[in-house]
Design a protein around this ligand. Sequence first.
Ligand code: COI
Length: 354
Amino acid sequence: MEIRFEERKQLKEKPDQKHLGFGKYMTDYMFIMDWDKDQGWHDARIVPQGPIELDPACVTLHYAQETFEGLKAYRTAEGKIQLFRPEMNARRMINSNARLCMPAFPEDMFVEAVRALVKQEADWVPSEPDTSLYIRPFMFATEAALGVHMASSYKFMIICCPVGAYYATGLDPVKILVEDELVRAVKGGTGFTKCGGNYAGSILGQVKAEKMGYAQVLWLDGEHRKYVEEVGTMNIMFKIAGEIYTAPIEGTVLPGVTRDSMIHLLRDWGYKVNETRLSVDDLMKAGHDGTLEEVFGTGTAAVISPVGELRYKDDVVVINDAKTGKLTQKLYDTLTGIQWGKIEDPYGWTQVVE
Ligand code: COI
């Protein structure tokens, strides 16, 4: 793929790596490519990061024909930069796009575009502990027309930002509220895709949780409001009586890259991982009878995030004395060890950019 380059006149000042937070500081450049029926994907370019022009009648602004991805670039101790399973993001985006009636962005072009932008932005990949460069590929309809239809033109873009921990509490256990009224996804819907609409629909639950002092929402299945599915920005796993439970990928749950990686690790370590429906009643019961040993979220942004408290209606369970569990810590250390190149990657998950 030929990528044209447009130079920025003045580079931005880089933020303090000790106070990055999440998603606040965009880098100097972004990747853009356009699609239309006649030309297919064309005009790949890396240009100065900044506002873009959109027609107010653009399909995305009205009907949310949009999908996105999230992955990270990591700085190793030797100063190299590496990516973690970018092909998984490419494939997931293809699946999201198929559901949203959007053109596929080919896997090889996706990885090439990510690598090219990260190379360009190498100086932005932070080196402080637990920091990385968050990469946000996204695609949206650009056609200006108000009839609800499959648009005839799209943009694929990638922006990046150096980030620290996703949660303000850093790696300390978070408190999660089980949402018993609103739902996130139903079978046949878009729950398995990474589309903006899924997140827009989740914000009300998030606001409610925050008002009650909780970091995020644990969604129940949309049909019965009974089985635990996923948390706002991460998949979730439960260690109950020595076995791991997590919701199955059956159309309503996001097929997380970190989720998949953790299942690999856990099975390699001899754990029984049950990708099965777990009812919130059984979960809370396990919380009270002492068999709920650990709870953690998995996600690119959230990494491995220990959960210290779960609330469902008026019932509250505190997990592992609200401390990070041993297995959670081991998963975190192994995953981040591989990502930052501190330990060997026996799975071939990482690839060096430069
Ligand atoms: C990610 O983990 O990369 C995500 O996309 C979550 C995000 C909505 C912050």
